[in-house]
Design a protein around this ligand. Structure first.
Ligand code: ADP
Ligand code: MG
Length: 245
């Protein structure tokens, strides 16, 4: 497949869980430095689409290439793929029995074989990036939900990913903690990080998205620049964003 230099490229991706067709031929491309936001009702296949990019799910048909890795190839080097792709979920991202620092240095030390000293230096840097430098030695349970998500983002950044995937990272948070996490993501985007993000924060999506993918019944029902959120062309997206057509 010719990816036109895209960091993420998905072509005619199909995925079923038993009889349930979850992805029914989806296509998209994300260029370097772009932010793609995926929206849609619960159950429309957003998380599955995201998880396929990091091969937490395998696909039945189609092709996915991420940072030059042929994700749909059964012989893919998963370790190499996951060095290039960071993923943060809605919750339970950190190991509860490890401090923030231990959480952050784990993968760099084991996967990248970084020295402990170098990994700890880097832990400080990535924590500063998310505004948590003073929480190095805290355990996850001693942090607020927003701080935990920021620490989880820092942990991903420590692997120096080329693309970040975010799946509803603020959905489990109280509204007053959502903003601090979105701010970190905004700063990452401004810094040029390539991202694919599933979110229900429509105001945020409008501000940050270079492209929006509206998923409906396992298909990309409507896609385009962030303006589709205010000027949808399909009745389904109009209904989703609460607009009259
Ligand atoms: P969304 O993130 O848009 O809410 P998901 O991708 O999580 O949607 O799920 C799409 C559909 O696939 C849902 O009906 C869900 O129940 C189903 N599903 C997701 N993961 C699995 C799985 N591992 N096994 C069986 N069904 C699944
Ligand atoms: Mg989901």
């Amino acid at each position: 497949m010719d990816t036109n230099g895209a960091v993420v490229s998905a072509r005619d991706v199909h995925k079923s869980f038993g009889p349930l067709k979850v992805l029914d031929g989806i296509d998209f491309e994300v260029q370097r430095g772009e932010v793609m936001v995926i929206i849609g009702r619960s159950g429309s296949g957003k998380s599955t689409a995201l998880r396929c990019l990091d091969r937490f799910e395998t696909i039945d048909e189609g092709e996915i290439i991420v940072c030059g890795h042929h994700v749909s190839d059964p012989n893919i080097d998963l370790r190499a793929l996951r060095q290039d792709v960071g993923i943060v979920f809605q919750s339970y991202n950190l190991f509860p029995h490890l401090t923030v620092e231990e959480n952050i240095i784990l993968a760099p030390c084991s996967v990248k074989r970084a020295s402990k000293t170098a990994a700890k230096e880097q832990a400080k840097r990535v924590l500063a990036q998310v505004g948590l430098e003073e929480k190095l030695h805290y355990y996850p349970e001693q942090l607020s939900g927003g701080q935990q998500q920021r620490a989880a983002i820092a942990r991903s950044l420590a692997m120096q990913p080329k693309v970040m995937l975010f799946d509803e990272v603020t959905s489990a948070l109280d509204p007053e903690l959502t903003g601090e996490v979105l701010k970190v993501i905004e700063a990452l985007a401004a810094d040029g990080m390539t991202m694919v993000m599933v979110t229900h924060e429509m105001g945020f999506a409008k501000g940050i998205a270079d492209q929006v993918l509206f998923m409906h019944r396992g298909k990309v029902h409507e896609s385009g620049p962030a303006t589709i959120l205010t000027s949808p062309t399909t009745p389904e997206l109009a209904q989703f964003v609460g607009k009259e057509l």
